[in-house]
Design a protein around this ligand. Structure first.
Ligand code: ZN
Length: 375
């Protein structure tokens, strides 16, 4: 089966997170036909799949997801979101790049490797979640716990998320920033705008607090990470009257923080910046990514880089930019790097992947397997 044929079968399943719609069943059957042992691991309403061929070390694991983001207005898709179609050298459909195309590429690469070499001396596995685009609580985290309990913890992991901005060979992600969302509330006293001495306006106070946050420079970046950045995402007063001083004001912000900080130290720093303003407030913080993580450049990242170089002729850069991914959970178990398709159209209407990119990606993944079992 070609990578495009496998990708089409997966795209046909409308697996909008956390629905599966037959995607993992299809993948499981295909991998089983190659000799993989299949474990369906549903946790609550989330379908997950773990598949492994071979036994013992060295154990290489590919991690990905079969769920997709909603298609938006289906009528605006040229061929429909779940009607995979190849046109102008591109495969169209929701998940073509994020990341059914990538899952298909690894499955096709494993098939090619096994066809040429037989079952590996060691193990190849696939960790597939149906909960990456959703809250990510009953997916990768739970599969990893199950893997550890059943002797399936891998030695290295490759996450196939789309890491390349416009062509293969640009970027391997070796870490990601952490993400923290904070809410601050300032309480005042409601009153008539014409009698301000009888009221207490929270709006100027929240503006001063937010200005202190927005203008604070957390750091200048580190060796592998860009500077920590805070963005104010909303300010809510909810006041519909022009003659009323509101009772309270609320704002939300998100910080993407690098490896200089932990969830605890970044929160302490934010509170210190706010406290300096000397305006009373209350704040809550919610971690929605994790601590940042970094797989320091070493043998594993070099092997993936060499595989990419062998197929594309380009030397990819090690980067840590972009949003969070499930690699943050895997990093607690083994060295993990991310390399996958082009991300230019992900989450968009008419999401697509170049047929050539998916074919080259399959060759890169097959090359990773070859180099890994040779070393
Ligand atoms: Zn993804």
């Amino acid at each position: 089966m070609s990578v495009i044929e496998i990708a089409k079968q997966l795209i046909k399943c409308p697996s909008v997170t956390p629905a599966d719609a037959g995607a993992q069943d299809y993948l499981g059957k295909y991998l089983q036909s190659l000799g993989f042992e299949i474990f369906h691991l549903p946790f609550y309403d989330v379908p997950n799949l773990f598949a492994r061929i071979g036994s013992g070390a060295p154990h290489i694991c590919y991690a990905g997801h079969t769920d997709v983001v909603p298609p938006g207005p289906a009528g605006q898709w040229t061929y429909g979101p779940f009607n995979p179609t190849v046109a102008d050298g591109k495969l169209y459909g929701r998940g073509a790049s994020d990341m059914k195309g990538s899952v298909a590429a690894f499955a096709a690469a494993a098939a090619a490797y096994i066809r040429q070499n037989g079952a590996p001396t060691g193990s190849i596995s696939m960790l597939i979640t149906g909960d990456e685009e959703g809250p990510a609580t009953h997916g990768t985290v739970k599969i990893l716990e199950w893997m550890a309990q059943h002797g399936h913890t891998p030695d290295v992991c490759l996450v196939g998320e789309p890491t390349n901005p416009d062509h293969l060979g640009q970027e391997i992600k070796i870490g990601r920033r952490g993400s923290l969302t904070g809410t601050i509330t300032v309480h005042g006293k409601q009153g008539h705008v014409a009698y301000p001495h009888l009221a207490d306006n929270p709006v100027p106070r929240i503006v001063r607090l937010l200005d202190a946050l927005a203008s604070y420079k957390f750091d200048k970046g580190t060796k592998f990470f860009p500077p920590t950045n805070l963005e104010i995402t909303t300010i809510d007063v909810g006041n519909t009257a022009s003659n009323v001083i509101p009772q309270s004001a609320k704002a939300q912000f998100n910080v993407r923080f690098n490896d200089k900080w932990t969830r605890e130290t970044i929160e302490q720093k934010i509170r210190a910046v706010l406290d300096k303003v000397k305006e009373p407030y209350t704040a809550d913080f919610r971690i929605d990514g994790s601590h940042s993580f970094l797989t320091k450049p070493g043998a594993w990242s070099a092997l993936v880089r060499d595989a990419v170089k062998d197929i594309t002729g380009k030397t990819p850069e090690y980067t840590t930019n972009g949003g969070t991914s499930d690699a943050r959970f895997i990093a607690q178990y083994c060295p993990v790097v991310e390399f996958g398709p082009v991300n230019a159209t992900i989450h968009q209407i008419n999401e697509n992947a170049d047929v050539q990119v998916l074919e080259d990606l399959t060759r890169i993944y097959a090359r990773v397997l070859e180099l890994y079992f040779k070393s």
